[in-house]
Ligand binder design. Structure first.
Ligand code: PGA
Length: 251
């Protein structure tokens, strides 16, 4: 089965509400009618509602950058799945390396978040990837396998099929350093192999695996042309509508 490409923009901690609206308009104007690629933008929490109003009649979907796994209560600073759903969110990024690196995200909290997202009827984008130290130390495969197994622990086939995985080598995020198309594809094949071991052929074949890490219009075509690269999770280049559009429609 052919996997439909999926390009998501991770705006990280960028954009005021005015900037977010301008960017969202630019995305709708350039790629809002695209239907052969799934597209999402993931603005900061404060801009979700405003961006939703702009994209809601287009093919661009709304994503959030994180979520808390609890349904509600005394968790100052946190946002629940129901809250995200109530403002039009479809996708939720879980386990981004910046969350793992700076905010104490672990494989166990990733798993709790993935389960909460699925239980709410939302779709997780699960980030995995090795640091440069881990790659150089020959630990890359073990790290990725631990992250993937951790994220999917206890998930049914049905739920697994609702997930997207984003392979984001930490050394390539925001550094201008990109994995070569072969490095990316090799990692994707490895990740698909883990899903195969856990869930079998059909699920592994259907799983979309995005690449993330300095993807830009001028390297997107080569990366997205790889057999096992099913899309991209775009940081820096998602902050300019024309660059984002150049990744959705690489030339
Ligand atoms: P980048 O970020 O495209 O700026 O490298 C990707 C990401 O962290 O999702």
């Amino acid at each position: 089965m052919a996997r439909k490409k999926f390009i998501a923009g991770n705006w990280k901690m960028n954009t005021t509400v005015e900037e977010a609206c301008a960017l969202a308009k630019g995305v709708v104007d350039t790629v809002g009618n695209v239907s052969d690629v799934d597209i999402a933008v993931c603005p900061p929490y404060t801009n979700l509602s405003a961006v939703y109003e702009i994209i809601k009649n287009s093919n661009v979907k709304l994503g959030a950058q994180d979520v808390h796994w609890e349904a509600k209560g005394a968790y100052t600073g946190k946002v629940s799945c129901a809250m995200l759903k109530s403002v039009g969110v479809t996708y939720v990024i879980v386990g981004h390396s910046e969350q793992r690196q700076y905010f104490g995200e672990t494989d166990a909290t990733v798993n709790k978040k993935v389960k909460a997202v699925l239980a709410a009827g939302l779709l997780p984008i699960i980030c995995v990837g090795e640091t440069l130290e881990e790659r150089k130390g020959g630990k890359m495969d073990a790290v990725i396998e631990r992250q993937v197994r951790g994220a999917f622990e206890g998930l049914s086939v049905e739920d697994t099929l609702k997930c997207t995985i984003a392979y984001e080598p930490v050394w390539a995020i925001g550094t201008g350093e990109t994995a070569t198309p072969k490095q990316a594809n090799d990692a994707h094949v490895f990740i698909r192999g883990i899903i195969f071991k856990l869930y079998g052929d059909e699920t592994a074949g259907a799983m979309r695996i995005q690449y993330g890490g300095s993807m830009k219009p001028d390297n997107a075509k080569d990366l997205l042309g790889q057999k096992d690269v099913d899309g991209g999770l775009i940081g820096g280049a998602a902050l300019k509508a024309t660059d984002f559009a150049g990744i959705v429609r690489p030339v």
